[in-house]
Design a protein around this ligand. Sequence first.
Ligand SMILES: O=C(O)[C@@H](O)C(=O)CO
Ligand SMILES: [Mg+2]
Length: 258
Amino acid sequence: MPKFAANLSMMFNEVPFLERFEAAAKAGFKAVEFLFPYEYPAELLAEKLKQNGLKQVLFNTAPGDVAAGEWGLTALPGREREAREDIDRALEYAIALGCPNVHVMAGVVPEGADRLAHRKTFIDNIRYAADRFAPHGIKVLIEALSPPIKPNYLFSSQHQALALIEEINKPNAFVQLDFFHAQLVDGNVTNIIQSMAGRYAHIQIASVPERHEPDSGELDYNWIFNKLDEIGYQGWVGCEYKPRGETAAGLGWVKPYL
Ligand SMILES: O=C(O)[C@@H](O)C(=O)CO
Ligand SMILES: [Mg+2]
């Protein structure tokens, strides 16, 4: 049976960020994920987790200058020093929070730029992250983002993500498989679940195309959860969706699993 983590960047937005830990625990979650921890001291977040009996299962490296259109620095040639500082900072937070996975964000490739140079920079930086994280038992994750959410991201398909992981060739580097993006870009998700088994270490879910609760839309998540059980998926499933209304009112679909 899948294990579900509340995504505190998208869920429980009825309350300020630091209060979302308690809201998730009250709703029955045992684990959380969110985009970025860096506004807060790691000790404060570790305390929130402890107070509420929660595990942290995922967060991301810093996005760079979001207002300027950045969404990760790891694939940007010439920005290696900053990207690696961000990776080192993420490692400090991951250790403090006991978090087993970090999504190392690639970045947006500017119009007309050399995509192959960006790809090579990304591979070099992910290998650096994998080597830094390995002694701590922490995994590096990479995620394909669909064009409607992040146009010109370095990669949008699960097949590109897998090819990158194969080329990176590090034992602690895995795909973060977000079915919302996978359905928008690739489809054929049963085949993705089966053919990529063992290469993804974290999953995210939402309805398609609205990105709401995973109980409507074009994907049948009961089917998907059964397929994940069949292949023996052991990782977490992050609920990365925008609730249709109040978060707690939309949790009927997850109650049997909590
Ligand atoms: O799907 C997403 O957008 C997120 O999982 C993420 O990490 C960054 O965009
Ligand atoms: Mg995602």
